[in-house]
Design a protein around this ligand. Sequence first.
Ligand code: SAH
Length: 254
Amino acid sequence: MSGHLVVIGLGPGDACYLTFEADAALKDADVLYGYARYLERIPMRAGQARHASDNREERARATAALGDATQGARVAIVSGGDPGVFAMAAAICEEVEQGPESFRALDVTIVPGVTAMLAVAARIGAPLGHDFCALSLSDNLKPWDLIERRLDAAAGAGLVIALYNPVSQSRPWQLGAALDRLRRHLPASTPIVFGRAVGRPDENISVVTLGNADAMHADMATLVIVGSRETRVVHRPGRTPLVYTPRSVAEVSV
Ligand code: SAH
């Protein structure tokens, strides 16, 4: 009997971000795999098994989940945000490509979720209102000099940049180095958004400038949005500012 594997995006935090499709897929599974902190967000269901693992064990988790599915189980593997954005869906695709033939016979479905940059952007206005890109600052799976070249290219091309994985306990200096790199290309007045734990009880959003941005403002639950030369901050009395990138851009400003 051929099993089924579904990779589910849970959104950034609160259950209100879970799509109907994701909710139905979670209810339909015989077994759930995922990082322990993501599994904690999902209500327990009678008869549904769980395999919690460390966040760094993505490859082993993917192999185990695919193995269960080849035995006929309906397997769900969960990610925070969207599973295709710096998360499990790519790990699953790698295993399907490189693993045994039985993995390629499986029915594999990816269920999208609200990724962190969209949740943060929505909280503060529309910083991603024009062309943008997303970069992970983690140099666990790519060299740091490649990250620097991508920062140079993105800032040089006038893109707004969403920075995932800005820091972790084992990567304390990368965000500071990235901000220094960006200062070579962008004015000190460029707006920077720090969106921490969006959609969770300890959510915190702040807007600073590139000139005074301090990497200490970020932790591993923070998504950083670096504006372009067009990105604007609208100050409103008694309200948080609105940060947005206009829909039209003058060629001269890039
Ligand atoms: N698949 C996830 C991203 C995984 S990479 C997604 O689509 O959102 C992990 C990084 O995502 C974190 O270091 C942080 O930069 C960002 N992130 C995840 N959840 C977040 C949240 N609730 N608030 C702010 N940033 C978040």
